[in-house]
Design a protein around this ligand. Structure first.
Ligand code: FAD
Length: 470
């Protein structure tokens, strides 16, 4: 009677889960384990908001497994000894997992594979990307650094595999191994600040698929335009589900294509949606090929960029949504309260931090990592380096988002600002976008922490200094 261990990580789903699928096809008993292994520098080192999500996601997964007659084993510690102990306890002969592509996890998993292969068979699969990062390269064998040619090459290469179904049976062992209770992982905060945040989100595989299926007919056709307006629910809000692998990018693309086959009028909107999933793919591709970008700029000229030195106070105002720029404060408060922020606003707040306040992008990346439920090493690093102008295919250094113009254009009625900045609700649609002025009688909203025009000029002058061949 062969027994398989399926080591779950960022693939918290039953459908389109190759490791689980093949384990169930091959072995008579299947044991599923999630190991809380906070490996430094890896995707498993989660911020506070993501830990809360993980708790709920594991709970949902265990409920699905129990409904299928199996269950999830939870353990804590360094992955290799935990797996070795489980192999010894259960007599398992096969270990299955789906790959995780951050540099620290790749190095750890390589080592684990080499060691475990001495005593059992180890099988690893791709379950979180459309294609393996090494499959799509330029003609000269080097990786792409610009999105459009990358995406063209990816589409030409094709998205090879159809999503797999959930296994028909997940054969349970005669006795389950010892497991920690979910609460013992300590993922939930003691002060219950998470209740409001999770009211915005049901976690888990069923919710993820439902969200996609609801989005396609409601938002799909108008996505290309609606995705820019933060007051609208114009995007799919799939990012935390994709991050934890409650849904795979292949499932998302497959269901979108199936919808398009029936609704060709949605072509322009949904083709753009698939392309955004391509940006997620590009983020992981870049991190795979340029692993140092986890915390260093891809553009080496930024090694000597003269970031501000004394920025603690400004950073705190930015984090708390107290910059005096209404659209920025709305975004930072949306993030604090829901664990998510609209993409356009992410770009505006990141531009103010890195370009007007000259605070290193890593500070913003850190704060996002701690507060986003979708905090994703690759997409976060890409988003921050793109906005700061120091990454692959980055916004040119002279693009400095003007928070007032952005606000007037993408939140014309001030609906988004009113939702998150109650102090400004009484302002009219013109005033709502503007920073407070000294002596305007409004005292419960801060004055702007930086003059936009002057700080823009200062940033441009600094970028001039490091300009040169890359
Ligand atoms: P939709 O518009 O519905 O897009 C569908 C999916 O495509 C998303 O769920 C996401 O997986 C992917 N996607 C869309 N836009 C991007 C993008 N620009 N880059 C990479 N993938 C994208 N995304 C994260 O998932 N995690 C992060 O930590 C993260 N940090 C960011 C930081 C900054 C400074 C910026 C500018 C962007 C960041 N993004 C991040 C990208 C983007 O903002 C989110 O993916 C998007 O807002 C998620 O909302 P959605 O699911 O409704 O997106």
């Amino acid at each position: 009677m062969s027994t398989a261990i399926v080591w779950l990580r960022q693939d918290l789903r039953l459908a389109d889960n190759p490791a689980l699928y093949h384990a169930c096809k091959t072995c008579a008993n299947v044991i599923l384990i999630f190991i809380d292994d906070p490996l430094p520098g890896s995707v498993s080192r989660l911020g506070a908001a993501s830990q809360v999500w993980l708790h709920h996601s594991l709970q949902a997964l265990d409920a699905s497994l129990q409904a299928a007659g199996n269950r999830l084993t939870l353990r804590q510690g360094s992955a290799l000894p935990v797996l070795q102990a489980l192999l010894a306890e259960t007599g398992a002969t096969h270990v299955y997992w789906n790959r995780v592509y951050d540099p620290a996890s790749l190095a750890r998993d390589k080592q684990i594979k080499e060691i475990l292969k001495q005593s059992c068979t180890v099988h690893s699969f791709n379950a979180s990307l459309l294609n393996e990062p090494w499959e799509v390269l330029k003609a000269d064998g080097t990786p792409y650094k610009v999105f459009t040619p990358f995406w063209k090459a990816m589409l030409k290469h094709g998205i090879q595999h159809l999503p797999l179904p959930a296994p028909e049976q997940i054969p349970a062992p005669t006795s389950f191994p010892r497991s920690l209770a979910l609460n013992e992982l300590g993922l939930l905060p003691r002060t219950h600040w998470d209740t409001g945040m999770m009211a915005h989100w049901p976690a888990g595989e069923t919710a993820a698929m439902q969200k996609l299926l609801d989005f396609l007919p409601l938002g799909g056709a108008d996505y290309k335009n609606a995705r820019n307006f933060p007051a609208q629910h114009g995007t799919a809000q799939l990012s935390p589900h994709l991050h934890f692998g409650e849904i795979s990018p292949r499932q998302a693309v497959y269901h979108t294509e199936a919808f398009l086959a029936e609704h060709p009028a949605a072509e322009s909107g949904l083709r753009h949606f698939i392309q955004e999933i391509g940006w997620r793919e590009f983020a992981w591709y870049l991190l795979y090929h340029f692993p140092h970008t986890v915390d260093q700029a891809l553009d080496e000229r930024f090694k000597h960029f003269p970031w501000a030195e004394d920025y603690v106070e400004n950073l705190e105002h930015w984090r708390r949504g107290q910059t005096g720029y209404p659209i920025i404060d709305a975004g930072m408060r949306e993030l604090w309260q829901t664990g998510w922020m609209h993409n356009r606003v992410r770009m505006i707040v990141a531009s103010l931090l890195t370009k007007n306040l000259l605070i290193p992008w890593q500070e913003g990346e850190n704060w996002f990592r701690d507060t986003l439920v979708d905090a994703d090493l690759a997409s976060n690093v890409l988003g921050w380096q793109w906005t700061a102008g120091c990454g692959a295919d980055a916004a040119p250094y002279f693009r400095i988002f003007n928070p007032i113009l952005q606000s007037q254009k993408f939140d014309p009625e001030g609906e988004y600002i009113r939702r998150w900045v109650p102090e400004l609700r009484a302002r009219d649609n013109k005033q709502i976008h503007l920073p407070r002025e000294l002596g305007d009688g409004l005292t419960d909203y801060p004055l702007p922490i930086v003059d936009f025009k002057a700080s823009r000029e200062r940033a441009l002058a600094m970028f001039e200094q490091i300009k040169g061949p890359f």
